[in-house]
Ligand binder design. Structure first.
Ligand code: NDP
Length: 257
């Protein structure tokens, strides 16, 4: 199992994104560049502490709703990668929202539905297309015949709540159909890009991290970020051709779309 040399994580200021950066930075023979992308790097205290301890961690400003910050993030990452002549091996689209009110139906608010879609699906598509040239570069520079996170991969942090095939609970668990819809939409992006990008050697998957103790998951959630992300990264590093287009639990079991 070889690790990616270069990784970018969105929504790295807290929760699952922060834990991804923390564990990636601690890997033995881990990435030489970890781009921790977040909306407000200046106030990302925990992230800044990780960057102080690990020179390979770079804080990058990126709001997935703001095209200006997406393109300046691409420029910043491109400049840093030029120093080692690398592309981007792994893009982890983690930034997401779950609004406690407004996402139900009946009782929904149009603006809340739109915000869920903006961040959880449209934002992922915009970030992905912006970083595609760097992913393609990484793929073309790799001498590996196999697809994977060591070569070029896009990991979309979805949710089991996005599964239509597995939906046996209606609104009783989430009471937020807007969230479910936006995660089902990002899963369609995963499947479509996996087909379109196969020729470029870029692997694309969706993951559910499990129910995790973060601001979004709440303190009563089943898993600590450490537990969720150590499993998710182990599975990520084992992904190869036959997994592209898949939708997985952190431990690698398939979730029905
Ligand atoms: P948190 O609410 O704890 O953190 C969300 C992160 O997303 C923050 O870093 C936040 O940044 C960032 N973010 C939100 N909007 C934007 C934006 N427009 N641009 C950039 N960053 C943004 O959530 P989790 O860490 O729990 O969730 C991470 C991912 O995992 C999400 O996609 C979520 O749907 C998914 N997930 C989580 C589960 C759980 O139980 N926790 C279960 C299933 C899926 P900021 O600090 O600036 O607000």
């Amino acid at each position: 199992m070889s690790h990616p040399r270069t990784v970018l994580v969105t929504g790295a200021s807290r929760g699952i994104g922060l834990e991804l950066v923390k564990q990636l930075a601690a890997l033995e023979n881990g990435p030489v560049h970890i781009f921790a992308a977040c909306r407000t790097p200046d106030s990302a205290t925990a992230l800044k502490e990780i960057a102080r301890a690990h020179a390979q961690v770079h804080l990058v400003k990126l709001d997935t709703l703001d095209d200006g910050t997406i393109s300046s993030a691409v420029n910043e990452v491109t400049t840093i990668l030029k120093s080692t002549d690398d592309g981007l091996n792994l893009l982890i689209n983690n930034a997401g929202i779950f609004e406690k009110e407004g996402g139900s139906c009946p009782g929904g608010e149009r603006a809340s539905f739109q915000r869920h879609f903006d961040v959880n699906s449209t934002g992922v598509a915009m970030v992905t297309q912006a970083f595609l040239p760097l992913l393609t570069k990484a793929s073309s520079m790799s001498n590996s015949a196999k697809m994977g996170a060591h070569k070029a991969a896009i990991v979309n942090i979805s949710s089991g709540g996005g599964s239509i095939g597995d939906n046996t609970t209606g609104s009783s668990v989430f009471n937020n159909v807007a969230y479910r819809m936006s995660k089902a939409a990002v899963n369609q992006l995963t499947k479509t890009l996996s087909i379109d990008l196969e020729k470029d050697g870029i692997l694309v998957v969706s993951f559910c991290p499990g129910w995790v103790q973060t601001d979004m998951g709440g303190a009563q959630a089943a898993l600590t970020p450490e537990e969720s992300i150590s499993a998710l990264l182990t599975t990520t590093f084992q992904l190869t051709n036959e997994h592209s287009g898949g939708y997985f639990r952190r431990t690698g079991e398939t979730i029905p779309y």
